[in-house]
Design a protein around this ligand. Structure first.
Ligand SMILES: Cc1cc2nc3c(=O)[nH]c(=O)nc-3n(C[C@H](O)[C@H](O)[C@H](O)COP(=O)(O)OP(=O)(O)OC[C@H]3O[C@@H](n4cnc5c(N)ncnc54)[C@H](O)[C@@H]3O)c2cc1C
Length: 234
């Protein structure tokens, strides 16, 4: 059972020299000098950021593909991880429902909309208990976990290690921090971004919803934070 609905997200791997690596990639495109000389030539953060901001704003995204980061994520629903794994430039290693047999009540996530209503919450929990009993009955009858899991719900909690490059992380943030994204993946991606921003504050302006990056909302139903394309007349 799990009643703590908040995802657990930790940054477990990132390069130490992120800014310098991105700067070297950017500068190499416009310099006759060897990349190694560029890499060793400066520690001037302001100078590096000026070039990086210009290059990223102009859509020259290969320069940010050199940075790979990894996150350890748990206490998220299968509904959430199913959305995350749609991102094709990410790498995942997820707790298997084939190899890891649930023992006793499986962990699950309760959506806040249900959590806040005592009556509905009780019904939700009772239903999870019933599913758990059915799952155990199948397992006890010798059904392999890979088949018994067919009765497990979207609410079942999962754990994974997720890795991605900086270009994909910015894309992920732009899409999934949008208020149109489902609350749980939005919460999880925000935590991923915050973990990295703690270590690399220069990334803050990029790890934002797409409307903040591009200055308008491209959704059909806008939350009102930014004007839509229609409102702007294009
Ligand atoms: C609010 C919201 C609602 C959604 N609702 C639904 C839904 O109802 N049903 C549903 O099925 N999905 C839904 N999705 C998922 C969505 O369709 C995408 O699959 C998911 O967001 C991954 O985005 P992506 O393809 O841009 O990114 P990634 O897979 O992370 O790829 C990044 C970028 O790489 C490029 N790229 C990757 N693969 C290809 C390719 N094969 N060909 C060309 N370019 C490629 C594209 O430029 C892409 O934007 C939703 C997503 C959001 C954010």
């Amino acid at each position: 059972m799990s009643t703590n609905n908040k995802p657990v997200v930790n940054l477990i791997s990132k390069p130490d020299n992120m800014l310098k690596t991105v700067y070297t990639a950017c500068r190499t495109c416009y310099s006759a000098d060897y990349p190694i000389n560029i890499y060793e030539s400066t520690d001037d953060e302001e100078k590096m950021l000026k070039l990086i901001n210009r290059v990223i704003s102009s859509g020259h995204y290969s320069t940010i593909e050199h940075i790979q980061v990894s996150f350890a994520i748990s206490n998220v629903s299968r509904a959430c991880t199913h959305q995350l794994v749609r991102h094709r430039h990410m790498s995942f290693s997820q707790k298997s429902q084939r190899y890891v047999k649930e023992k006793g009540q499986f962990d699950y996530i309760i959506p806040p909309t249900i959590e806040k209503d005592a009556v509905l919450k009780e019904k939700f929990i009772n239903f999870m208990n019933k599913i758990s009993d059915q799952y155990q009955e199948f397992v006890d009858a010798g059904i392999p976990a890979e088949d018994a899991r067919f009765v497990l719900p979207n609410a079942a909690a999962s754990s994974l290690v997720a890795s991605l490059n900086l270009r994909e992380l910015i894309h992920l943030a732009n899409l999934r921090l949008c208020t149109r994204a489902q609350y749980e993946i939005r919460t999880m991606v925000k935590m991923m971004c915050d973990e990295l921003i703690k270590e690399e504050p220069w990334l803050k302006p990029y790890l934002v919803p797409k409307c903040e990056r591009f200055g308008f909302c491209d959704e059909d139903k806008s939350c009102g934070r930014m004007k839509t394309r229609d409102q702007l007349g294009f």
